[in-house]
Design a protein around this ligand. Structure first.
Ligand SMILES: [Zn+2]
Length: 401
């Protein structure tokens, strides 16, 4: 039994004691009008199979928030868990890129993790539960990445069950990180989590001192990560961006999101021809800075050839171990004086920066919502995951009616 279980049980007992003098059960009070007695949760019960399970609506403790889910993005992590259960979590309620509306909250809940007021009807997202370092939820961080964090949608199942965003409702426990994002539309809210990954990567890139407004920037890989990278660079005022990918449709979309030129690597044989093409796309120059957004070791090895002497590289494509890459330390790093940074996930501060990025991107006309190419109902979640595994489209989302 973990801490979450114990806390939940204690809360239920206390709630039961408080309810004792009055005959009416808590669920029947006026404030709960419209909240059903049960909620559906898409539970991954075996490899490759979600089952829609119906659970009683949990008691909302004094520090908890009950959220009616509006939608949730399907992440590569969900697909890994669906196919192989690498985290050993089955049975598990998945979905961490979700958002919805507060329908009930405990009396102690007043503000979100950024200090913004919270009330019933507000739209929220969760970020992390920092179980090892609660101070980090106080929004003063700048200090560390997500070590020691748990995420809704990747929690072990417990007696409450409403632990992931692929559901009708989620119970956000006291102490969780939650943000009021009522000023963002549903599509933007679903894109917050993947966008935060790129906000963090660009912050990491800026630590090299090489990324400037007038930089020539190569972005390799035009999946959602690379495409969002391009949109962020453009939104921050960088205008000379070359996108590299093997799929023409993705390269065309990269142009809509702010790339100035594209290179389809399938049109070139060998890394020399490819790096020549990147150089030509920059008008005869190599990149000042490059973002590596694929999970391919060959792509990692190639990208050094696109970068000028004294340039920089941010590697963020290897969210999981994709194997070893072979580079030449003399030619690729040492003699070129390349500054490299790695980037992984995000901090809470990056999360809040992301909300403003999404507004600015829309403000300059980038069609960021087009990243969501497929929308499925909760009952079609198995289809949604199969579609993700087939690598069709870009971002796939579950949208509750
Ligand atoms: Zn994700």
């Amino acid at each position: 039994m973990n801490n979450v279980d114990i806390e939940a049980i204690v809360k239920q007992v206390i709630a039961g004691m408080q309810g004792a003098p009055s005959a009416a059960p808590a669920a029947a009070s006026k404030a709960d009008a419209g909240i059903p007695a049960t909620a559906r949760v898409a539970m991954l019960t075996e490899l490759g199979k979600f089952e829609l399970k119906e659970y009683p609506m949990p008691v909302v403790g004094d520090d908890d928030i009950l959220v009616k889910v509006e939608g949730c993005g399907v992440c590569g992590t969900d697909a890994h868990e669906f196919k192989r259960d690498p985290f050993g979590l089955i049975p598990v309620a998945l979905g961490h890129e979700g958002t919805g509306e507060i329908v009930k909250m405990g009396k102690n809940v007043k503000k979100d993790s950024a200090g913004k007021d919270l009330k019933i009807g507000d739209k929220v997202v969760t970020c992390m539960i920092f179980k090892d370092n609660p101070d980090i939820t106080m929004f003063d961080l700048n200090k560390q990445n997500v070590g020691g964090a748990d995420v809704y949608g990747l929690l072990p199942d417990d007696d409450i069950h409403l632990n992931g965003w692929f559901a009708d409702y989620i119970l956000v426990r006291g102490g969780s990180t939650v943000f009021n994002v009522s000023d963002l539309d549903l599509d933007s809210r679903i894109l917050i989590e993947p966008c935060a990954v790129l906000i963090h990567a660009v912050e990491r890139a800026k630590t090299t001192g090489i990324l400037r407004f007038n930089s020539r920037v190569a972005v390799q890989g035009c999946g959602p990560i690379g495409l969002i990278c391009i949109a962020i660079l453009r939104t921050m005022g960088i205008e000379n961006i070359v996108a590299v990918d093997g799929e023409q449709a993705r390269l065309d979309f990269a142009l809509q999101l702010g790339a100035t030129a594209t290179v389809n690597f399938k049109n070139y044989k060998g890394v020399e021809a490819l790096s020549d093409a990147v150089k030509a796309a920059f008008g005869g120059y190599y990149a000042d800075f490059a973002f590596q957004c694929t999970g391919s070791p060959v792509a990692h090895a190639n990208i050094y050839k696109f970068i000028r002497n004294g340039g920089g590289l941010c590697e963020l494509g290897f969210f999981i171990n994709g194997g070893d890459a072979t580079i030449n330390p003399h030619f690729d790093i040492c003699s070129k004086e390349i500054t490299t940074v790695g980037s992984w996930v995000y901090t809470l501060r990056d999360y809040a920066t992301t909300f403003d990025f999404l507004k600015r991107a829309k403000g300059i006309g980038l069609p960021i919502e087009k990243l969501i190419t497929h929308k499925f109902a909760l009952e079609d979640i198995n289809n949604a995951l199969e579609t993700n595994l087939k690598m069709e489209g870009l971002k796939i989302a579950i949208i509750n009616k």
